[in-house]
Design a protein around this ligand. Structure first.
Ligand code: CTP
Length: 213
């Protein structure tokens, strides 16, 4: 298959030296890209700014910075993909009026006005067709309820839910504790596993979903 993966955080600049972002390190998304490559698939990886090395042997690697950049890159690559995994932690908001110069203390407004970023999955939903769409839900409370709601709202085939407050799960760790949620199926909790193994299991699920059509 041809797999499109997004990974890492996005950065939303306030001025040329400051930005809003989140704690994503990209490890889960990179592990998915590598597992798919190792299984013989053609992988395009769209990555926010991370400290990881670019994986070898990909069909394409597209570095991006902001959520808007990531949307453009996804829209460009999607027509050539059979499946999409949105593992990126996309920032939901960006500064309404970023400064074009370094903002000095006296200039900084008392409150920073924000505007919503596009929801990438919602924007590309009309282009889904027979593609398999997978999302991630990194939650801190009501994990399965929130993830189930996102699965339905975003029209996904699968969502990978995790409670980022649990030791061994979440940001920067080499392991993860996830539950696979698919429409009409009982939740499938996985034990604590290396991110590379979570990635392999996810790729097998996507392969099976595409075979079923
Ligand atoms: N996502 C996206 N575009 C955004 C935000 C998120 O495509 N602007 C994707 C993420 O890559 C992930 C899924 O949607 O696969 C769920 O992301 P999450 O941030 O948990 O969901 P939100 O829709 O932002 O919901 P909330 O902030 O209310 O939890």
């Amino acid at each position: 298959m041809r797999l499109l993966v997004t990974a890492g955080p996005t950065r939303e600049f306030i001025d040329p030296v400051r930005f809003l972002s989140n704690r994503s390190t990209g490890k889960m998304g990179y592990a998915i890209a590598e597992a798919a490559r190792d299984a013989g698939h053609a992988v395009t990886l769209i990555s926010g700014p991370v400290a990881l090395e670019k994986p070898a042997g990909l069909a394409a690697f597209v570095p991006v910075v902001s959520a808007c950049d990531m949307l453009t890159a996804v829209e460009r690559a999607l027509p050539e993909a059979d499946a999409l995994v949105m593992a990126a932690a996309v920032a939901d908001f960006r500064p309404a009026a970023p400064f074009d110069h370094k903002c000095h203390k006296g200039e900084m407004p008392e409150a920073l006005a924000l505007v919503p970023n596009p929801d990438i999955l919602a924007t590309i939903r009309p282009l889904k067709g027979s593609r398999c769409f997978v999302g991630f839900a990194a939650e801190t409370d009501d994990v399965l309820a929130s993830a189930g709601e996102k699965l339905a709202r975003k029209g996904l085939d699968l969502i990978v839910a995790n409670d980022v407050t649990r030791p061994g799960a979440g940001f920067g760790t080499d392991t993860n504790i996830v539950t696979f949620l698919a429409p009409g199926r009982a939740p499938e909790p996985l034990p604590m596993l290396p991110k590379a193994e979570v990635a392999r299991r996810l790729i097998r699920r996507i392969e099976a979903a595409l075979r079923r059509g």
